[in-house]
Structure formats: structure tokens, C-alpha cells
Design a protein around this ligand. Structure first.
Ligand code: PAF
Length: 284
């Protein structure tokens, strides 16, 4: 087995590692995660390894991006397996701070990306993106990577973080990699572990409906009302799915337009049993 990565539990330790890497002239690639690593994360870590001399992954289940009735406490924590995934991908250091380390008592500052954060996931999960942006900015300030990697599975998150990096002049290149899927189309997600066997059997229908809309787009349909209507009606037809939202938007603004003249995204969120699943396809 490959060497296990070293673990930094404090900001001071992490900063010392980064300083040493910089003194040695090394470039740094960073993959922020909440652990429960799957093949989607592994793809980001392997790409990071190709990109830079030294790879840092963070494993931190960030409390501020969970709402009061969400799954913070039951979010899967799979430390030993995560270490093995990181080792296999050639990660040099894992940053795994405590919540107290990241959020000192009395912390008041948060980052918000106006407009982009207020629709889609932001409507269903108020405060979610404030939590995401705040932790990602803190992590970027600590790790100071040359390159940071995210997955397209969280398309809105990726768009918002790109905006934050631009607006705050952060000196980091952001790379977004395509969603990794199971052979039946289900997007890999740490939350898939919550699904019962019966729910797991139905779950790929989420991607199937999105893929149908993508096919309709490739056939030439550009009216978002037609694309959205098809997506919604297909999702509503699936026994077991409770539809949260289904939208076709412009990829850059995340806004609804009548007709897609620029690249778009079809995004949907459903609940299956007690598990909320999101997915999206690009309409290039
Ligand atoms: O995508 C995630 O796993 C999280 O939102 C992130 C970017 C690690 C911030 O906690």
C-alpha cells in the first residue's frame, strides 16, 4: 500500500507544512472535502496529483453549511477508508481540523455571493452557501494552493465558488471535473450511503430524467419552459421521489431565461425516503 498521508489537525501545523513546501519550491494542489470519500473524490485527488508537486486534501464536516434539521450528525464519517483513498491518490497531507479550530468562539464573519446563492439549493437550504463559501475561503487562506479542485456534481457550489475567487482576487486556479457516476447513472455522493436497497434501485431515475432533457436539448429544443416541463413531469411520475425543484437555467447566471442562447444547466433535487439527492447535466 502507498504511504499514508500525514495529518495536520491545527491551522498552525498546516501553515508550517505549506511554508516548507514553498521553501522547497513545490506547487500545491488542494481538494477540499467533507470525507466519506468515493470515486468522485478520488478522481479529484488523482487529477490534483497530476497537477502539482504536493497534494493537500481537507476532511472537515463543516457544521455551518448544514441547516438545523439537516444531516450534520449522521453525515458519514469514514476516516480509515478516507486515509486509504488519499494514500492511493498520492495525497501528501490531510488537513483535518476540529470545528473549534476552524470557528473560534465569537466568530462573526461570513462570505456571501449575492444572487447566485439565492436560488435553487439556496432556496431550499437557506444559509447553506454562506457556510460553504466561508469555509472554502478559510481553507484557501490556510492552504494557499496554486490549484483547487471541485466536482461538477455540485454545479451551483462550483459556480458560486468561482465567483468568490474572482470577486475576492484569490490567487488560485479553480478546476471543476465532471460528475462521476455509477454504471446505472447515479451520481456518486457520500449521501448515497443513506439509501435502502429499494431506494438505491430507484435513485438512478434522477439522472435518467436529466439525461432525457439533455437529449431533447441536443435534438434542438432551446425553450426552457419545454425542457423544464418535461423534466418536472418525468420526475413527478417516479414513485418514491418527492420533487424539491427541477430547473433549466443559464450556466453562468443560474437564472431562468426563456430561450437558451448560452450554455445551460438542467438541475434537480429530490428526496427519496429521508435522503435528499441532487444532480445536474450540462446543456453546452
Ligand atoms: O463539496 C463539499 O464537500 C463541501 O461543500 C466543501 C466544498 C468541502 C465545503 O465544506
Amino acid at each position: 500500500m502507498a504511504d499514508l498521508p500525514s495529518v495536520c489537525a491545527t491551522i498552525a501545523e498546516m501553515r508550517a507544512v505549506v511554508r516548507a513546501q514553498r521553501v522547497a519550491g513545490k506547487t500545491i494542489a488542494f481538494v477540499p472535502t467533507m470525507g466519506a470519500l468515493h470515486r468522485g473524490h478520488a478522481a479529484l485527488l488523482h487529477a490534483a496529483h497530476q497537477q502539482a508537486d504536493h497534494v493537500v486534501a481537507s476532511i472537515f464536516v463543516n457544521p455551518t453549511q448544514f441547516g438545523p434539521h439537516e444531516d450534520f450528525h449522521r453525515y458519514p464519517r469514514t476516516w480509515e477508508a478516507d486515509l486509504a483513498v488519499c494514500a492511493d491518490a498520492g495525497v501528501g497531507h490531510i488537513f483535518a481540523p476540529s470545528a473549534e479550530e476552524m470557528y473560534p468562539p465569537g466568530a462573526r464573519t461570513g462570505v456571501e455571493v449575492a444572487k447566485l446563492q439565492d436560488q435553487l439549493e439556496g432556496l431550499s437550504r437557506p444559509g447553506h452557501f454562506r457556510g460553504v463559501c466561508t469555509i472554502v475561503l478559510k481553507l484557501l487562506n490556510i492552504v494557499t494552493p496554486d490549484t483547487v479542485f471541485f466536482g461538477q456534481k455540485d454545479a451551483q457550489q462550483a459556480r458560486i465558488i468561482r465567483q468568490m475567487i474572482h470577486d475576492l482576487n484569490l490567487p488560485v486556479e479553480m478546476i471543476v471535473l465532471p460528475t462521476v457516476r455509477e454504471p446505472d447513472g447515479l451520481a456518486l455522493s457520500s449521501r448515497n450511503q443513506y439509501l435502502s436497497p429499494a431506494e438505491r434501485a430507484i435513485a438512478p431515475q434522477l439522472y435518467r430524467c436529466l439525461a432525457d432533457v439533455q437529449a431533447r436539448y441536443h435534438e434542438g429544443e432551446r425553450q426552457t419552459s419545454a425542457l423544464e416541463a418535461e423534466l418536472r413531469s418525468e420526475l413527478l411520475d417516479i414513485t418514491g421521489f418527492r420533487l424539491d425543484y427541477a430547473h433549466v437555467v443559464e450556466a453562468d447566471t443560474l437564472m431562468t431565461v426563456d430561450c437558451l442562447h448560452k450554455p445551460g444547466l438542467a438541475l434537480a433535487a429530490i428526496t427519496l425516503g429521508t435522503t435528499r439527492l441532487i444532480d445536474n447535466v450540462t446543456l453546452p
